[in-house]
Write a protein of this length. Sequence first.
Length: 112
Amino acid sequence: MTIFTKIINKEIPATIVYEDEHCLAFRDIHPQAPVHVLLIPKKAIPTLNDVSPADQLLLGHMLLVAPRIASQEGIAADGYRLVFNTNRDAGQTVAHIHLHILGGRALGWPPG
Ligand code: AMP
């Protein structure tokens, strides 16, 4: 079980900004931008490499929810970035897929 399952189960605190039956979004504890929210599925999937066709609706749902959160956070018009870090080279540290929603400042490209 990862720390994100504990957040889903409300066993440890998080600043939740969105929740429905399929997913949960909360503020990153070490924000890398003025707005840094993590959107996670309630289903525990370790990495994006582990998704299956059965997850198609869930992943599509997350991509519909993310812009709603961006709008709620006031960053939709100016812009934001969505990131799934996957495994070592991308710096994934929690083995439960999470979509970073980053915005509130001009974001550099390419990533470091
Ligand atoms: P990643 O490096 O892509 O695996 O992202 C994991 C993210 O989870 C990092 O940005 C961490 O700051 C964040 N994080 C870890 N633990 C917590 C927590 N308890 N509450 C909120 N965010 C967390």
